[in-house]
Design a protein around this ligand. Structure first.
Ligand code: E4P
Length: 215
C-alpha cells in the first residue's frame, strides 16, 4: 500500500520524506490556505521534494473553466495529479483531458455509484472520504470495502486512495481491505509508529542490559 502525506506544509513534507516512507502528497484548497502559500508557488517545490504523485486541486466549478485550470495545474510539474471534485463538471474534465495524458484524482467521493463513474471516466485515483463519513455516523470504511469489491468485479485500474484519514485504525483497516493508497496527516503517521508495548519492551531491554553490565 502506498502512503501519501495529506498536507501543504513544506516542513511537514520534508520531515516525512526524510523518514523514507512517503510515496506522494495530497493537497486541497483548505490545506493550501492553512499553509498560507499559493498553489503555483508550492506545488512545483513539493513535487521536486517528493518525487512522486502530488495532488493539486482545481477551484473552478464550471466545466470550461475547470478544463483550463486542470491544464494549467498539470503543466506545473510532471508529478502533478489534478484533483477535481466528483461533480458533472469534474467527470467531464477527466473524460476530456485523460486521453491527453493528464492524470486525475477525483475527490469528495461519498458513494459507490460516484466512484463507479469516476473509474469509467478514467480517473487515476478515487478519493473516498472516510473520516467525513464517520462524522455523520456512518462507518467510512464500509464505503472502502464496497469500492474494493466493485473495482475488482470489473477490473478497473483506478486506484482507491483513502482520504480524510483521522487515525491509525483507518490506515490498518484500509490496508486489510486492500486499498491502494492512504493519504494521512503527519500526526497519524507518527501515531502509527508508536506502540506502548514497544516503549515498555525497549525500556525493559535497556534496563536488563544496564544491569548485566554492572554485574
Ligand atoms: C485529501 O485528499 C482530502 O482532501 C483530505 O484527506 C480531507 O481530509 P479532512 O476530511 O480531514 O479535511
Amino acid at each position: 500500500m502506498q502512503i501519501f502525506l495529506d498536507t501543504a506544509v513544506f516542513e511537514e513534507i520534508e520531515e516525512a520524506v526524510s523518514l523514507g516512507l512517503i510515496d506522494g502528497v495530497t493537497t486541497n484548497p483548505s490545506l493550501i490556505a492553512q499553509a498560507g502559500k499559493s498553489l503555483e508557488q508550492e506545488i512545483p517545490r513539493i513535487c521536486e521534494l517528493v518525487k512522486g504523485p502530488v495532488s493539486a486541486e482545481v477551484l473552478a466549478t464550471e466545466y470550461e473553466a475547470m478544463v483550463l485550470e486542470a491544464q494549467k495545474l498539470a503543466a506545473l510539474h510532471e508529478h502533478v495529479i489534478v484533483k477535481v471534485p466528483l461533480t458533472e463538471a469534474g467527470l467531464r474534465t477527466v473524460v476530456k483531458l485523460r486521453p491527453q495524458g493528464v492524470r486525475f484524482n477525483v475527490t469528495l467521493c461519498f458513494s459507490v455509484s460516484q466512484a463507479l463513474l469516476a473509474a469509467k471516466a478514467g480517473a487515476t485515483y478515487i478519493s473516498p472520504f472516510v473520516g467525513r463519513w464517520d462524522d455523520i455516523d456512518r462507518p467510512g470504511l464500509d464505503m472502502v470495502a464496497d469500492l474494493v469489491t466493485v473495482y475488482q468485479n470489473y477490473g478497473f485500474d483506478t486506484q482507491i486512495l483513502v482520504a480524510s484519514v483521522r487515525s491509525p485504525l483507518h490506515v490498518s483497516q484500509a490496508a486489510i481491505l486492500g486499498a491502494d493508497v492512504v493519504t494521512l496527516p503527519l500526526k497519524v503517521l507518527k501515531q502509527m509508529i508508536k506502540h506502548p508495548l514497544t516503549d515498555l519492551g525497549l525500556a525493559r531491554f535497556l534496563e536488563d542490559a544496564r544491569r548485566a553490565e554492572q554485574a
